[in-house]
Design a protein around this ligand. Sequence first.
Ligand SMILES: NC(=O)c1ccc[n+]([C@@H]2O[C@H](COP(=O)([O-])OP(=O)(O)OC[C@H]3O[C@@H](n4cnc5c(N)ncnc54)[C@H](OP(=O)(O)O)[C@@H]3O)[C@@H](O)[C@H]2O)c1
Length: 290
Amino acid sequence: MIRVTVIGSGGQLGSDLVAALRGTEGYHVTAFTHDDIDVTNPDSVRTALQNARPNIVVNCAAFVRVDDCEDHPETAFLVNAVGALYVARGCRESNALCVYISTDYVFDGQKGAPYTEEDCPRPLNVYGASKLAGETLVQQACPRSLVVRLASVFGSTGARSKGGNFVEAIIAKAQRADPIRVVDDIRMSPTYSRDAASGLEALLRREITGVIHLTNSGACTWYEFARAVLDYAGAKATLEAVSSHQDGARARRPKDSTLGSARLLALHVDRPRPWQEALRAYLIETGRAR
Ligand SMILES: NC(=O)c1ccc[n+]([C@@H]2O[C@H](COP(=O)([O-])OP(=O)(O)OC[C@H]3O[C@@H](n4cnc5c(N)ncnc54)[C@H](OP(=O)(O)O)[C@@H]3O)[C@@H](O)[C@H]2O)c1
């Protein structure tokens, strides 16, 4: 039996990961929501990990509101970097593998091709910098670690702090008959949190270490993603493509943070399905597909 502790288990990825592990034989899962553990409190982290005696800890906790990170850099670094360090130290003391969930926003988006695990990060915003600092501190503090980079996550739990996720926001605007304006000059690789959770389970089973990119296959602009949401949900709406200069976001974002993965291939782990299939599955599973 592999004992896995999931921190941040109330979030989009955390809740799907707990469900995936509990639905797979061979795991004993301890789940900690934000109410159970605050990663910025080293005593609460240490005590929880000493009691759970995990073989693996997956830290899904994060301050994920990218624009708010610009206004509150101290909170971003406290949760995403210092909190990650406390978890990694707890893992070292428990001799556990420390898994840190990171982001495509560690890259600057200038490469012009999908980023692989070998590419050099250069974040453009505070959120990305705080997550890169988290990656570095985890790798320094814990002898066995895995950094898993996701991008543009959507899942049935929704990110509570963001009031849901992008897919839900588009459907809600369509239902209100609001005009919808979405940026068409930023490309990314969407990630269905359920697919990331099952990919992660495959990595945990083999106790893989290092850095891995784990998004759905393919890439699109946010406008193309919104178009697909409306089409697959059979929703009518006025959808306008805008440039990122017009959308008023406070944080700079990479123009093209498409993630590829050389390591999944090398490890013979299946890349998650294309994002279009994942989006359809999400809408079916949440009862909104046409
Ligand atoms: N969302 C995305 O588009 C995206 C993209 C790339 C990478 N990622 C990464 O993927 C991971 C999971 O993100 P997600 O989409 O699942 O986000 P999420 O739904 O917001 O989940 C994050 C969880 O962390 C909890 N949390 C926040 N501060 C905490 C603290 N100080 N101590 C303990 N728990 C805390 C939150 O609880 P409360 O809500 O109660 O505060 C929430 O349950 C994160 O590492 C994120 O950086 C996300």
